[in-house]
Design a binder for this molecule. Structure first.
Ligand code: C2O
Ligand code: CU
Ligand code: CU
Length: 569
């Protein structure tokens, strides 16, 4: 008797856990000119009875509200940090000034607030927000501190597209993570096997569903995973239309049955469910179709001594979200427009500079990094590029590693010119801020650095595999005013050096590796040269005549450049 009760109880438990279906939440929205985001610690019972520590915004225990912004509005955001650690928040994909962008140089101490303000200059699309504190981005973002930003504009409003949030227009945030034996997030774990969609577990006996109406629906797909690329498609190879990439709508809907979305990327798709009332269909990731080298494709054999990357999700197809189709709404969108907006890529001929960026690893065979750009790990004090305002540039990304890297740049949207010399697929010809560069591939994009200059706070560019980024696969650039003379025009790299004492009231001492004559420039916060000298020897500069403030000092020694920030008391 006892045994049979126990057995049936066990069976019931197993039955329950094997069929645990949860509707995904559609986060509430925040809009208007004044928005408050409070990042805090929380916990979620992703596994019944076990609390997984999380980070989240506002009323949520995981992820955060959706921000809805209109093109050309002003917004004033208060970010409160209550996570017990220093952090910050970045508006991924939005074109905002460096000091409002939330890159690694912005730090919000625990218990403090940050108050960025900006005008929304972006085109209608799906963007997102997440922490960007250097070295801890993976930890903070993977624990759940992320949310969607929807930008609306007049051109998008003219189109007959589904745009009723939560009714026919849905944010779909897909993540995967590795959890330890206590079901706590392992931000650097490369055996990520637990899939989440809008914070709901989607695999291993769990499934996530969404009720959708029998009409044209819009899904805003965001890959917010630390490393995994998803190859989205639907059961039965149901066709869909891709209508938008990271930074805007495409010229016209693109027919597809798959869309590969790497970490940080967004795509908007339309699905015509008009004839499917009462049926269901599953959003899947077809990992078996990804090539080896893309995290999500077949597992690569790891050299001895390297941590395993053998997630059971690698190279296989798995379910993400079941769409249960029900009655249509009263005013359904039933057809898909044949054209969308006018996308005007920048012609390659408008660029007068190509910046080569080589993705590399110390050991070219290493699949777990650390990876870096152009021989150097990220250095918060080193500016990699000085870009004159309004420059149009081609960036040429060459991946000399065994793994694919989703390259992301702040400040701008870019246009992919080519992949190994060939035009990119049609859906990659719109505005983008992340591009996946395959092993041994060269990708060129073109962009224009407009609107914002800052001679002190740089914008970063980095791999959006969060552990690669935290490990130093990142660089940074200043967009400087025209006529900025703090530096010579034709150098590419400044190495940071230490000057002392710092702060100083009367003199600065420095030591350069070369023993050559030195030229120096001191610039103020606006980039204006306030003191200079050419071809002198020695290692002391007198600065007592400078007024109090923060300055940059730039040295040229032979063909090498060095810089440092210092404070004059
Ligand atoms: Cu989504 Cu610099 O990041
Ligand atoms: Cu970004
Ligand atoms: Cu990478």
């Amino acid at each position: 008797m006892k045994t049979s009760i126990l057995t049936s109880a066990l069976c019931w438990l197993i039955f329950q856990s094997a069929h645990s279906q949860t509707a995904i939440p559609i986060p509430d929205t925040l809009s208007g000119n004044s928005i408050t985001l409070t990042m805090h610690q929380d916990s979620v019972q992703f596994f019944p009875g076990q609390f997984t520590q999380t980070l989240a915004f506002n009323q949520y225990a995981y992820l955060g509200p959706t921000l809805i912004l209109n093109n050309s509005q002003n917004v004033n955001i208060t970010v409160n940090n209550q996570i017990g650690d220093t952090t910050n928040v970045h508006w991924h994909g939005l074109h905002v000034s460096p000091s409002n962008d939330g890159g690694p140089h912005i730090m919000i101490m625990d218990g403090m607030s940050w108050n960025p303000q900006f005008t929304v200059l972006d085109k209608a699309s799906t963007y997102w927000y997440h922490p960007h504190f250097h070295g801890k981005t993976a930890e903070h973002a993977i624990k759940g501190a992320a949310g969607i930003i929807i930008v609306r504009d007049n051109n998008e409003a003219l189109l007959n597209l589904p745009r009723t949030y939560g009714v026919d227009d849905f944010p779909i945030v897909v993540q995967s993570a590795q959890l330890d034996s206590n079901n706590q997030f392992m931000p650097f774990g490369m055996q990520d096997s637990t899939v989440f969609v809008n914070g709901v577990r989607a695999n291993y006996g769990y499934s996530a569903y969404l009720n959708v109406p029998a009409q044209v629906v819009r899904l805003r797909l965001l890959n917010a995973a630390g490393e995994r690329t998803f190859n989205f498609g639907f059961t039965g190879n149901m066709p869909f239309k891709i209508i938008g990439s990271d930074g805007g709508l495409l010229n016209a809907p693109v027919n597809a049955t798959r869309i590969r979305v790497s970490p940080g990327e967004r795509y908007e798709i339309l699905l015509d469910l008009s004839s499917m009332n009462g049926q269901n269909i599953n959003l899947m990731s077809y990992g078996s179709e990804l090539p080896m080298g893309v995290q999500g494709g077949p597992t690569m054999p790891m050299p001895p001594g390297n941590p395993p990357m053998d997630s059971p999700l690698n190279g296989v197809d798995y379910n993400i979200l079941q769409l249960n189709v029900g009655s249509p709404t009263s005013n359904p969108v039933t057809s898909i427009p044949s054209t969308l907006v006018t996308v005007t890529p920048i012609p390659a001929a408008q660029s007068n500079i190509t910046r080569p960026i080589e993705m590399m690893a110390i050991n070219m065979m290493a699949m777990d990094g650390p990876f870096f750009f152009n021989q150097q790990l990220f250095d918060m004090e080193r500016i990699d590029y000085y870009i004159p305002i309004d420059n149009t540039e081609i960036w040429e990304l060459t991946n000399n590693t065994m793994v694919a890297h989703p390259f992301h740049i702040h400040d701008v949207q870019f246009y992919v010119l080519d992949r190994d010399g060939n035009l990119p697929p049609v859906h990659e010809r719109g505005r983008k801020d992340v591009v996946l560069v395959m092993p041994q591939e060269t990708v060129r994009f073109i962009t224009k650095f407009e609107t914002f200059t800052d001679t002190v706070v740089p914008y970063p560019f980095h791999c959006h595999i969060l552990m690669h980024e935290d490990d130093g696969m990142m660089g940074q650039f200043l967009v400087v005013p025209s006529g900025f003379t703090g530096i010579d025009d034709n150098f590419v790299l400044t190495q940071s050096i230490t000057v002392f004492p710092n702060p100083t009231s009367s003199f600065l001492q420095f030591e350069l590796p070369e023993n050559e004559l030195v030229s120096y420039r001191i610039t103020d916060m606006s980039g204006k040269v306030v003191q200079k000298q050419d071809n002198f020897s020695g290692n002391t500069i007198h600065v007592s005549q400078l007024s109090q403030g923060i300055y940059h000092v730039w040295f040229r020694s032979g063909s090498k450049y060095y810089s440092s920030k210092f404070q004059k008391q």
